[in-house]
Design a protein around this ligand. Structure first.
Ligand code: F0G
Length: 459
């Protein structure tokens, strides 16, 4: 008999979690103003808010913490971490930052030198867009239209639409300081970008003299999908594939809280000396000296180990097979999500579930609240609230997709938890026709409103 699949690790330490009653959750959600970011973690049973900084470190990472060098300058841990980044990416210059958005802040402070500049990208992440728009520049989405059809089963839904990209590059010549290529594409469902598309995108940008910054938060998961889905890569290692991905780009910004397997950390890496020099000017005042940039020495030590571990096939296979296990359960129950399942999460297509709720009443946010009330599961809205308002017209952006993201932390939950998540969602799905009213915003910030938005349940 063929042996079944199992995790590529065993558990050494556990953290107790607790269930709650529906009455408790009703009260807590009301106090949180229907915004799951405002819930306390003790009010949550299974936390699928994010896979960012929520993973479990390995025994080797914990051991590395003890060896961290906390020198203000010249820290040994920095050089060990930098060598790993260079080994995996080929980039020689490495600037540590305290997380991914800090890397964006430092690099964009150097590159977005005047208002009105245009930065195309395959669905910029919200902080990326925030850093562009707060500088009065424009983030233009050039993701493949395939990503809009959630039921279309194609292997690389995170790809760039090269025709759209070329149009943006042509129309804005001299005004595009860089392009952002996000791997995997978080916003459209953790969907990967093929090597063919990475190469073609970078070549096209370079033809117009535009450099490419790879937003690499989940680069290892992207490499896994290239290995398992793209012809010619089946026999390459994840490390070889990652290195080829980066070889086409000019720089990377990294949220190490995802594929770096640490709870906090980030960095910028590049081979462009001029960018390195430019970034230095912003890293020191914003983040800290160049050999720590907001991280402890021990954090850099753990990150060096995390990057090496998470670019091993078995580690990624364990993770992505768990996401696919949950997807299969949802298939059994007929619950629609962005197909195929993404690398770090399942993105439930809320528009197709809560069909009685108009866009103006935020179906995905409503479904997120329902799932919390059902079982204490905290998912997160990647939809109309997160899409924010158009910076010029100030109208809500309803043009994209409205997802509930079930985001799976790395090495944290078991497949039994996946069963609970699927069952809870099925219960909500079964009573979807009884859910006829959504939510109304009562308070919102001018930028990145989803973190602090306050909402009221409509009756
Ligand atoms: N880029 C991508 C693609 C991201 O997914 C994130 C964060 C960032 C940049 C910013 O990194 O959080 O370290 O500052 N994504 C998290 C999420 C928050 O839940 O998807 P950060």
């Amino acid at each position: 008999m063929e042996l079944p699949f199992a995790e590529a690790w065993k558990i050494k330490m556990v953290e107790p979690i607790r269930k709650s009653t529906r009455a408790e959750r009703e009260k807590w959600l009301l106090e949180a103003k229907n915004n799951i970011f405002m819930l306390k973690s003790d009010q949550v049973y299974i936390d699928l808010n994010t896979d960012s900084g929520t993973g479990s470190m390995s025994d080797r990472q914990w051991a590395a913490l003890m060896l961290g060098d906390e020198s203000y300058s010249g820290s040994r841990s920095f050089f060990e971490f930098k060598d790993v980044v260079t080994l995996l990416t080929g980039f020689q210059y490495v600037i540590p930052t305290h997380q991914g958005r800090a890397a964006e802040n430092v690099l964009f402070s150097h590159l977005l030198s005047k208002p009105g500049m245009v930065v195309p990208g395959n669905a910029h992440f919200d902080t990326t867009k925030g850093h562009i728009e707060s500088r009065k520049c424009f983030a233009i989405d050039v993701t493949t239209p395939d990503a809009k059809n959630t039921q279309l089963e194609v292997p690389f839904k995170g790809n760039v639409d090269l025709v759209k990209l070329e149009q943006v590059l042509k129309e804005n010549q001299g005004n595009v300081p860089f392009m952002v290529l996000t791997v995997t594409n978080n916003t459209v469902g953790g969907q990967p970008v093929s090597m063919e598309n990475i190469k073609a995108t970078c070549e096209l940008c370079h033809k117009y003299g535009v450099p490419v910054n790879m937003d690499s938060a989940r680069f290892a998961e992207n490499a896994y999908f290239i290995k398992t889905r793209e012809k010619g890569y089946e026999n390459k290692t994840i490390k070889e594939i990652a290195k080829e991905m980066f070889s086409y780009a000019d720089s990377m910004t990294m949220s190490a809280k995802k594929d770096g397997l640490v709870n906090m950390g980030g960095f910028i890496a590049t081979n462009r000396e001029d960018w390195y020099e430019g970034c230095k000017r912003f890293c020191i005042p914003f983040e800290g000296f160049l050999t720590y940039g907001g991280m402890n020495g021990r954090d850099m030590a753990a990150l060096a180990v995390g990057l090496m571990e998470n670019t091993e096939f078995d580690m990624l296979d364990t993770r992505i097979q768990q996401v696919q296990y949950l997807a299969k359960k949802l298939d059994e129950y007929g619950i629609p999500y962005q197909r195929p399942a993404g690398g770090h999460a399942i993105f439930v297509d809320a528009d197709k579930v809560l069909t009685n709720i108009p866009k103006e009443e935020f179906p995905a946010q409503t479904l997120t609240c329902e799932l919390y009330l059902e079982a204490g599961i905290r998912a997160c809205e990647i939809g109309y609230i997160l899409a924010d308002r158009d910076p010029v017209t100030r109208e809500n952006r309803f043009g994209g997709l409205d997802f509930v993201r079930l985001c799976i932390p790395r090495r944290v939950y078991t497949n039994n938890h996946m069963d609970v998540i699927a069952a809870a969602l099925k219960n909500v799905y079964d009573r979807r026709n009884e859910i006829t009213r959504g939510l109304k915003i009562t308070k919102e910030a001018p930028l990145m409103r989803h973190f602090t938005v306050e909402l009221e349940r409509l009756k």
